[in-house]
Ligand binder design. Sequence first.
Ligand code: RB5
Length: 146
Amino acid sequence: MTAPKRIVLSSDHAAIELRQAVAKHIADQGWEVMDIGPQTPESTHYPIHGKAAADAVASGDCALGIILCGTGQGIMMAANKVPGIRCGVCSDAFSARMIRQHNDANMLSIGARVVGEGQALDIVDAFLGADFEGGRHATRVDMIES
Ligand code: RB5
């Protein structure tokens, strides 16, 4: 089965504006964006939103996910609790490319209080532009999963 070219986005209150900028950026590239919010700035709890996005990826509904909170750390921890999710926090494009190529990451987390919009969009482009290399890396990813 071919995975849909659909990507889920979610965040907590600390990253709404950056999430919306990411959504526009990747929609302009042809991705079908499933932005599951939140849409209003009230304080909320990042584990709820990390899990919701991770469920959309783990179920196969979305091929990839991008999640954001203040640091990117808490929402990443929540997403990684969902079986089948491999999510890394990235503050640079090199790491974002490598978590796809070597770790077969299916989710990317970004800290909206850590990187600016320009850097965040570079990180997103690096993540979405890279593919898993397989081979010896597949052995290691299988080890993570087991
Ligand atoms: C919210 O203030 C903040 O704790 C959250 O966005 C995130 O940085 C947690 O990891």
